[in-house]
Design a protein around this ligand. Structure first.
Ligand code: B12
Ligand code: SF4
Length: 469
């Protein structure tokens, strides 16, 4: 069997089954930013389950390669290829599948992941994909990999009822950084610092589904409901990672919506500061309306559990747009949340503590948004005292209600060759992107600054805050 592994990839286990981690070429060699280096929990979970059941797989990542020729070389000699395909990795997945079949004409390709659930037609159109699993895979992956031929081409997956049933991910099954300089600061199998908290960083999930129905997202329409991971298991995992690979510096809770389910949050508030090896600061997401609904709980979490980086999907500073998005939050909810965290931060600063900061998700270029709406949004961003803005041009993802509608109307510019490559990609037809670039560049600062206190009128480089979306 021909296997050409450079030092960049994990040594071969001798297995003829390869799990290919997907992402843009070079992201684990010379990454563009920290988020490109984060690890894939779907891959981590399913590979852990496979290995615990005696099904050993090899691994490498397209992110560890800098050319397609290198990817092709590394694919040679395998009998089976497995991939977790999300919409944003679909272009890389199908290109890899073609290369795999070129070098292993009799090889079999198993795919699963979010894109199979939300855009089955695009997946079935790729004839190289021999099996396509929709939905969760934890209770099907072992049987499927052991005997793929006993399954039809399109399969509905089976998941756990609760995240309590998930094994702890074996993080050594994740890809390594493929460059010595990067490896030094990566902290593998933990993850690198991204500006939210000290290294080493661990990413984890405590919940999978958000019950809201924002039209640009509404993942609960395609991710089956499941029980949240028990607080004790989350703390045990953090303590284990700290002991085994640490010292841990901070962590990122990747949940789409951490600030939900008050009884879980109250238990977290009570146990995390007491039972964790150290009260590490963390990043986690919430919504402005729930902060307004449970302000005491929010404040206690920020103060006592070191929820230092509070991600809120503000999205827009205009009620008109928030209604288009079915966000079920109002301008008033947004300003309530901003004022509350500012007050907490001012207090903590007076006490000599590090004040919490917002990771503020903002969208521009939403169909139906007027210029005045966009000015209001940028005004809200500038009004926020302690903010890491994450601004993106709205992207019509399949699976979301608005995404599906725009795709059906032929208005999406996201093609299977280019789901999203660069932050300022133009994603929807009929949107005046030049206006938005000018807005971020400062051309409309007079309009944006209208009514803002002098101190808030200072501008930052908002073009740099523009994120891939
Ligand atoms: C963590 C996360 C990220 C991380 C990703 C890190 C990484 N390397 O993977 C970061 C922060 C970088 C990220 C960024 C983005 N993300 Co993101 N992200 C998530 C999030 C919150 C969790 C993903 C996860 O780990 N899930 C848990 C694991 C266990 O699930 P899973 O990977 O789907 O795997 C399961 C199944 O799919 C299946 N399965 C998977 N593979 C296979 C293979 C086989 C053979 C089988 C049988 C089954 C199977 O079994 C697994 C276990 O059940 C999801 C939302 C969510 N709740 O899932 C969004 C989500 C995946 N992201 C999304 C998007 C759009 C993005 C962004 C474009 C911007 C944005 N809006 O957030 C960027 C683009 C990133 C890029 N690099 O280009 C969308 C994807 C929509 C789509 N149609 O694919 C989601 C669904 C959120 C949303 N509703 O908008 N993201
Ligand atoms: S955008 Fe946020 S609040 Fe809305 S459905 Fe998605 S995860 Fe939930």
């Amino acid at each position: 069997m021909l296997k050409l592994f450079g030092q960049k990839t994990a040594p071969s286990t001798g297995s003829k089954i390869l799990w290919l981690d997907l992402g843009d070429l070079g992201d684990l060699v010379h990454p563009n930013g920290p988020h490109e280096q984060w690890q894939d929990h779907g891959l981590g979970l399913l590979r852990t389950i496979l290995h615990q059941n005696g099904v050993i797989t090899d691994l490498f990542s397209t992110r560890q390669c800098t050319s397609w020729a290198e990817v092709k070389q590394k694919l040679a000699g395998y009998e089976m290829l497995i991939m977790n395909v999300r919409s944003y990795t679909f272009p890389v997945a199908y290109r890899s599948a073609r290369l795999f079949k070129e070098v292993n004409p009799n090889g079999l390709i198993l795919t699963g992941g979010m894109h199979a659930t939300v855009a089955l037609d695009e997946m079935t159109a790729i004839e190289e994909f021999d099996r396509i699993c929709q939905g969760p895979g934890e209770n099907i992956i072992v049987d499927l990999v052991k005997d793929p031929k006993s399954f039809p081409r399109v399969i509905v997956g089976a998941g756990a009822r609760s995240m309590a049933d998930w094994p702890m991910i074996d993080r050594t099954l994740w890809p390594k950084p493929a460059n010595r300089k990067l490896a030094k600061k990566f902290n593998w199998p933990l993850e690198p610092e991204c500006g939210w908290g000290p290294p080493a960083v661990a990413t984890l999930l405590t919940s999978r589904v958000c019950p809201w129905q924002c039209v640009f997202c509404n993942e609960n329409s395609y991710i089956p409901n499941m029980g949240r991971r028990p607080v004790e298991l989350v703390i045990d995992e953090l303590n284990f990672l700290d002991r085994q690979y640490g010292p841990l510096g901070s962590f990122v809770i990747h949940d789409s919506m951490f600030f939900q389910n008050p009884s879980w949050l109250e238990e977290w508030l009570e146990k995390y500061p007491r039972k964790a090896n150290k009260v590490w600061p963390y990043w986690a997401a919430g919504r402005a309306d729930t902060v307004r609904q449970w302000p005491e709980l929010f404040e206690a979490l920020v103060r006592e559990t070191r929820w230092d980086t509070v991600s809120i999907g503000f999205e827009s500073g205009s009620d008109q747009v928030l209604r288009i998005l079915n966000k079920e939050c109002s301008e008033e909810d947004n300003y309530f949340t901003i004022d509350l965290l500012t007050r907490i931060g001012d207090d903590m600063e007076r006490e000599g503590k590090r004040p919490p900061v917002f990771w503020s998700n903002i969208m521009l270029g939403i169909p139906g948004e007027t210029r005045e709406d966009a000015f209001k949004t940028m005004r809200m961003v500038k009004y926020t005292k302690r903010i890491l803005p994450s601004i993106s041009f709205y992207a019509p993802y399949p699976g979301s209600a608005l995404g599906n509608q725009l795709i059906a109307e032929g208005k999406s510019r996201m093609t299977k060759e280019n789901y999203h490559r660069f932050p300022d990609d133009e994603k929807v037809k009929g949107i005046d992107y030049q206006f938005y670039r000018d807005l971020l560049g400062g051309k409309y600062d007079t309009e944006v600054n209208h009514g803002l206190a002098q101190i808030r009128q200072e501008r930052r480089d908002y073009m740099r805050a523009l994120a891939k979306a």
